[in-house]
Design a binder for this molecule. Sequence first.
Ligand SMILES: NC(=O)C1=CN([C@@H]2O[C@H](COP(=O)(O)OP(=O)(O)OC[C@H]3O[C@@H](n4cnc5c(N)ncnc54)[C@H](OP(=O)(O)O)[C@@H]3O)[C@@H](O)[C@H]2O)C=CC1
Ligand SMILES: O=C(O)CCC[C@H](O)\C=C/C=C/C=C/C(=O)C/C=C\CCCCCO
Length: 332
Amino acid sequence: MVTAKAWVLKKHFEGFPKTSDFDLKTIELPNLKDGGKRKLLLESVFLSVDPYMRPYSRRDMKEGDIMIGTQVARTVESKNPAFTVGTFVVARSGWRTHFISDGKDLQLLPSSWPESLPKSLALGAVGMPGLTAYFGLLEVCKMKPGETVLVNAAAGAVGSVVGQLAKIGGCKVVGCAGSDAKVAYLKKIGFDEAFNYKTVTSLDEALRKASPDGYDCFFDNVGGKFASIAINHMKKYGRIAVCGAISQYNDSVPQQGPYMQVPMIFKELQMEGFIVTRWNNRREEGLKALLKWVVEGKVKCHEQVTEGFENMPMAFIGMLKGENLGKAIVKV
Ligand SMILES: NC(=O)C1=CN([C@@H]2O[C@H](COP(=O)(O)OP(=O)(O)OC[C@H]3O[C@@H](n4cnc5c(N)ncnc54)[C@H](OP(=O)(O)O)[C@@H]3O)[C@@H](O)[C@H]2O)C=CC1
Ligand SMILES: O=C(O)CCC[C@H](O)\C=C/C=C/C=C/C(=O)C/C=C\CCCCCO
């Protein structure tokens, strides 16, 4: 009998999540022999903390549910020939240390995954955030060589890949982030211009200085005030990929932003929201490309690793507050 630990949502978030909104539970898992023939027992090795968990928890969860989320897990015991003991997978089993699966909801890591490459990247650059950058840039921004791309939350899991893919695509890249250390990191990984949106005297001036001719593509991870200023710096026929609105996830009262219709019309802009699962049927294509660029060193990855399953709430809250540089993960 295996005793799993799990974090449950004790109380729906109001404003920024608090550690008191979570409860740590233990769950006695049944023996595999008592279950169906394709069952397997897995242990979480790395768990992801992502911004979507904040808005989705209110939409998809009730109090008492295990927190939603994904993990890289290792097969510990198996009656399923497709998953032998020691096999690593990506699962969407939530914030827990161990779980039983029938294999249907598991994704094997790409077969070409080098032994030396940290498997945690399957939660970041070579996983859902990386795919978000890949498809958001190629299919929504439709970036072209020589164009100028703007990305906010640029030092994060999605934004850092957006900037590097845009450089691979022959674009000029401007990024912003919330600390000088993050700005230094952006320049280190190849961003042409980067600024700290928290300390610039004028966002408008910073955007103009970074690209006096404006922006062809804006990959928006943040929304809110930044987006309403950035839209005025778009070039004619520019494209805006609305990827996220993390500036609003923790608002108890929705922000009433200034209206964007005027620049939308006069600059004849395209603005499109998207969810990465739209391209689930092209997942292998995206992962193959991302893995190749990471192995070649063309996409650099940084992980904000929090040690210990007991620290998941803190890692999640820290990420929402901007304490992460790169993909925020928890190492069990
Ligand atoms: N549409 C889709 O399918 C997907 C959308 N997303 C979205 O992409 C965005 C980035 O996600 P991800 O890369 O995983 O997260 P990150 O790794 O970028 O971490 C979140 C970052 O957001 C920034 N941030 C937090 N609050 C604010 C704020 N009030 N104003 C400006 N920036 C803020 C912080 O960085 P900083 O230091 O810059 O403030 C923080 O580090 C999110 O909005 C997320 O919801 C992610 C995956 C899929
Ligand atoms: O289990 C699930 O359904 C979550 C799956 C997450 C996953 O790995 C795939 C997609 C992640 C999408 C992330 C989207 C965003 O971050 C955008 C977030 C919020 C937009 C507003 C949502 C408002 C809901 O009421």
